[in-house]
Design a binder for this molecule. Structure first.
Ligand code: ADP
Ligand code: MG
Length: 522
């Protein structure tokens, strides 16, 4: 009785099978040879004991030639590092590898497992390799097709949205142009125009983020500080009827992530919240430390330490049907053309890619709470660059060479700089700029140039001009964020300003650039 308990299967085990008769051996041989997967069996010295035709084919050889050979492809000992690990652990290993077969690259999915002799000691390895080249190829095509379809739908939605915004902007601009408006109406019209343009700028940023979502650069981000900074960006975009409060007390901690993506995710949540409160309300952003314990069955997040970011609004809330589909791409309840339905799916992608978790609590009429659990990093917050006290009037009297092929953008930049006292020389492209610079009397203190331009890009222009004006500072502008634009990777020696920019930001950056030139060693 007791011996049975010690070996629970003993009483069920069939009598030991007699050694396989020759027919069975031949049958097994036929099966191994006939399968399209490549199969090999190696001994502990890396010599092939058995291979099938598919395997010999991969080596461009015959079964008889391969058997007995040491596996030269696996290294000097006939065993690869993975195979040695499989023997040591006794566990099977799956991996994808690419090898060259008769001049063409093939992708192989390989499973390796050990086999044992009658006494149970490892005697060698079995490898089963499946050629997944075609499948991978089709998968990539499907992915690409999905992406193209998504971009197509996105472009349609964005175009629609843009038209709405342009209608608003043009409409108010015309009202202003008529002249017959009171001071209050004038103020209102300007506010609407600025808000419309800011929304349009936000949309283009979203589009760009969508097309280069894989270019994220993760860094240690102090979530509390990022949230406080974001407040300054968001407040001007929100209607004045929305009461925004931000709380990040008690050092919520750091997360390793792309800061731009984080800002974008939060902005998406904030825009949604503000859209849920068309006649105003309260909006609260908060960051705090959270721990999810293994016993915490109510939480869907993996146990661990998190920075929890909460976005709460007092808006109209949502019903169960909306809650259930919220994170689906292209799901929107907004009227035609007003929503893309991509905001939350991007937030979801961002959070889950970090290994975090997002959930929502909401009901009609009770407001909405989004909770983002972002894996907390043990790293301390990076030291903040000391904040500069904003100078009241960041102007100057230096000479700025302004190069921009877009007439309207050039005009705005010129007005901003002239109104702050600078002497501005204008050029419409790089070649023209060289002419203007040659004709100019006196030094050029700063080159403010578009990065992407026909004939000669901003960087080439800067390098050419630097030969004549060695003390000249360079500030490059581009509609592409993060210094990368088609055909140009901005040189880190140059300062960089992404478009669209606000006049105050342009003025501040110009001043900063010039000041660095004066105080810093070059
Ligand atoms: P879009 O805003 O373009 O519709 P999103 O993915 O950002 O796309 O949001 C999807 C839907 O989720 C919205 O259409 C809306 O119905 C709902 N939603 C999102 N945030 C909120 C919120 N704070 N309050 C109420 N409903 C919301
Ligand atoms: Mg949205």
């Amino acid at each position: 009785m007791s011996s049975r308990e010690a070996d629970p299967v003993a009483h069920e085990a069939a009598p030991r099978a007699p050694a396989a008769p020759p027919e069975v051996h031949a049958l097994l041989r036929a099966i191994v040879d006939g399968t399209p997967d490549a199969i090999c069996v190696k001994d502990l010295q890396g010599r092939f004991l058995l291979v099938n035709r598919a395997f010999a084919d991969l080596r461009d050889s015959t079964v008889d030639d391969v058997i007995g050979q040491r596996d030269s492809a696996a290294g000097r000992d006939g065993l690869s590092a993975d195979e040695v690990a499989v023997l040591a652990s006794g566990e099977s290993h799956a991996a994808e590898t690419t090898i060259e077969v008769r001049g063409a690259a093939r992708t192989l999915h390989a499973i390796t497992f050990p086999f044992h002799d009658a006494s149970g000691t490892p005697a060698g390895l079995v490898g089963v390799l499946r050629d997944t080249t075609e499948r991978r190829h089709v998968e990539r095509q499907v992915q690409q097709a999905h992406k193209m379809e998504a971009i197509g739908r996105l472009a349609g939605a964005v175009a629609h949205n843009f038209n709405n915004l342009l209608t608003i902007i043009l409409g108010y601009a015309e009202v202003l142009g008529d002249g017959a408006v009171t001071a209050t109406e004038q103020r209102e019209a300007v506010d609407e125009i600025v808000r419309g343009a800011e929304r349009a700028a936000w949309m283009t940023r979203q589009l760009l983020a969508f097309s280069r979502a894989h270019n994220a650069t993760p860094r240690v981000v102090d979530v509390g500080a990022a949230l406080m900074d974001l407040q300054g960006l968001l407040r001007p975009v929100l209607a004045r009827t929305i009461d925004l409060s931000v709380h990040a007390g008690d050092d919520p901690g750091t997360v390793v992530m792309d800061r731009g993506q984080f800002e974008q995710a939060l902005t998406t949540l904030v825009v949604n919240a503000s859209e849920a409160m068309p006649s105003g309300g309260r909006l609260r952003l908060e960051a705090l430390r959270t721990r999810v314990d293994a016993e915490d069955v109510a939480s869907a997040a993996t146990p661990g330490d998190y920075v929890e970011v909460r976005v709460w609004d007092s808006g109209h809330g949502m019903d169960a049907a909306t809650r259930g589909r919220l994170f689906e791409p292209f799901f929107t309840t907004k009227p035609d053309g007003m929503g893309t339905g991509l905001g939350l799916s991007m937030v979801y992608g961002f959070v889950t890619q970090l290994g975090g978790h997002i959930d929502v609590t909401s009901a009609p009429g009770t407001g909405t709470l989004f909770r983002l659990l972002l894996p907390r990093s043990p790293e301390p917050a990076p030291a903040r660059r000391p904040r500069q006290v904003a100078p009241p009037q960041p102007g100057g009297s230096e000479t700025v060479l302004l190069v921009e092929d877009e007439e309207a953008v050039r005009q705005v930049a010129r007005l901003v700089l002239q109104s702050r006292g600078y002497r501005v020389l204008e050029a419409r492209d790089g070649v023209h700029a060289l002419e203007v610079a040659r004709a100019a009397a006196g030094p050029i203190d700063l080159l403010l140039s578009d990065l992407v331009m026909p004939r000669m890009n901003g960087q080439q222009l800067a390098e050419t001009l630097a030969e004549v004006h060695p003390a000249m500072r360079v500030l490059l502008m581009s509609g592409y964020p993060d210094r990368v634009a088609p055909g140009v990777d901005a040189d880190p020696r140059f300062e960089f300003l992404s478009k669209p920019f606000q006049p105050s930001v342009l003025a501040r950056r110009v001043r900063e650039c010039l000041d660095r030139g004066r105080t810093g060693p070059d």
